[in-house]
Design a binder for this molecule. Structure first.
Ligand SMILES: C[S@@+](CC[C@H](N)C(=O)[O-])C[C@H]1O[C@@H](n2cnc3c(N)ncnc32)[C@H](O)[C@@H]1O
Length: 249
């Protein structure tokens, strides 16, 4: 019997956008990296677990975090069905409610969650991630950019803000000021749109080295939100290996 077709995008229960049923470009690279690790990896904003389950399939130990405990309960059920036992779920708000010892994680994956954070939360979050990563460990980020059809009216304002050095140029306090796109009903009132320039600068400021930062269009991106091929941001950064003792880094 053919199994029921899984929806490409599932609406989150807390109206924090849609969770993908397929891996995006960044998540594919995260999962590949998981094949090489011998420390736990962290999936921030894991939702129903598309990336977490794929990472578990590589044999990695995965810590799955989400704001919504019911998302993680569903993820746990799916992991159990697939007989994955190397899973720890952490319902918590990143970054404030989540803590790890320094240099204890091999990788951190944050797909489609950074754009829900304010500038201060984002800065605190990447500082924490830099501390939690083991030297040589990697950060994998996918996030929303301003270059989506729903934000077309914001792009010129965004470019002016970037050119004039505004600290968080992509922070949109009230999305409804720029857009009444129907898809945005499933989003919070504010959003923090990011691009390769802004997130690279932030990540480098906490001592991580950006290996790759690029803009692209996800295969499962809704047609009505497509603009020009720059709708999603991908970023991969590494914590450098130095001779300093871990506690000083
Ligand atoms: C759009 S979904 C993305 C799910 C999945 N990572 C993906 O790429 O398809 C965003 C998820 O991030 C979670 N989230 C939002 N803000 C968060 C925060 N501050 N800490 C932890 N999880 C958060 C939401 O509950 C939601 O499940």
């Amino acid at each position: 019997m053919t199994p029921p077709k899984q929806k490409k995008l599932a609406l989150t229960r807390n109206r924090m956008g849609w969770a993908s049923a397929e891996l995006n470009e960044v998540s594919v690279l995260f999962v590949e990296y998981c094949r090489t690790v011998d420390l736990p990896v962290l999936d921030i904003g894991a939702a129903f677990g598309t990336a977490t389950l794929a990472a578990l399939g590589t044999g990695a130990f995965v810590i799955a975090n989400d704001l919504d405990a019911s998302h993680l309960a569903q993820l746990e059920g799916r992991a159990l069905e697939a007989r994955h036992t190397q899973l720890l779920v952490k319902p918590a708000s990143f970054p404030r409610q989540i803590h790890f010892e320094p240099a204890t994680l091999a990788a951190v994956h944050a797909s489609n969650v950074f754009h829900f954070l304010t500038g201060n939360q984002l800065a605190e979050g990447v500082r924490s991630i830099a501390r939690w990563l083991h030297p040589g460990g990697k950060l994998f980020v996918n996030a929303a950019t301003p270059y989506q059809a729903a934000f077309a009216n914001f792009i010129s304002e965004y470019e002016i803000r970037v050119a004039s050095g505004v600290k968080w140029p992509g922070w949109v306090e009230k999305i409804s000021q720029y857009s009444n796109h129907k898809k945005l009903g499933a989003m919070p009132a504010s959003i923090h749109l990011l691009d390769d320039r802004v997130l690279s600068a932030l990540v480098e400021s906490v001592g991580l080295v950006v290996e790759r930062a690029w803009l692209y269009q996800r295969g499962d991106f809704p047609k009505e939100l497509r603009l020009d091929g720059r709708e999603s941001l991908g970023l991969i950064a590494m914590k450098p290996v130095t001779d300093q003792p871990t506690e000083l880094r």
